[in-house]
Write a protein that binds this ligand. Sequence first.
Ligand SMILES: N[C@@H](CCC[C@H](N)C(=O)O)C(=O)O
Length: 293
Amino acid sequence: MITFLKMHGLGNDFVILDARDPDSGIGADISVRAASLVSDRRRGIGCDQLLIIRPSDNADIFMQILNQDGSVAGACGNGTRCVADYVMRDLDVDQLLIETKSTMLFAERSRIGDADLIAVNMGAARLDWQQVPLAQAQDTLHVDLGADAPALAVCQSMGNPHAVMFVDDVAAIDLDAIGPKLEHADIFPDRANISIVQKLDDAKFRMRVWERSVGITQACGSGACAVGVAAHRRGLAGRLSEIVMDGGSVIIEWRDNGTAGGEVIMTGPVTYVGHGVLDDAISALFGTHHAKA
Ligand SMILES: N[C@@H](CCC[C@H](N)C(=O)O)C(=O)O
């Protein structure tokens, strides 16, 4: 039987499986069927992303990220804060190095006012068209996503691809309608996460997000990083900004470390929902004998 933890970061919710113990019952390969069943809001536990904590030779842990449909993601900012808090409590430490498919992340406890938060160094913003990736060579600061797009997009990778569009009124955008079209725009060979953003003031932005492989979510941490970076690249903000999403805010700092991509620090809260045990039949889907779909 496999135990799970349910957490969320600003309403972006996660089922977390801890596979550090070799006897956890969780195999090396997670099938699309197993991941999408657990993520299903009617037939499973329900989540935007399934996160699996594994041992790492290079860091304190390895974090595997699977979207609701079972597809693999390279980054998950809100999920990183949740996993970091859980593992730091477990190991009784205040800092953690986390390896993911795309990068190495450093997390630590942080406090703003009386709020206990987690800060994650999400690494460099990847600004070249090959890094996003885009389908053809072009400037990533003004990308034409076609007739469905409300504005030219700023594109960058935060370990996963993000397109950010600044508009006058985020509430006026039919994100349900344009989100899937822009996610699948020809310019994105790996598809993209789509953020629509309104400037509230020089250091505050309202963001709505359509996540790749999921749809509209209440918050997207890597998306908020992309928004902070995009706002600075467009000259709309300094290096520090608050990004207000449907589920709440994170603070983004795009630090200049002398490299083009700098390093992006995301600070925000985590929430524990509960834990439980997967039924035998569902646990069996996570066993070692099931090949990756
Ligand atoms: N919710 C996440 C992003 C998860 C991955 C994304 N849907 C993708 O496929 O790139 C976050 O908080 O960053």
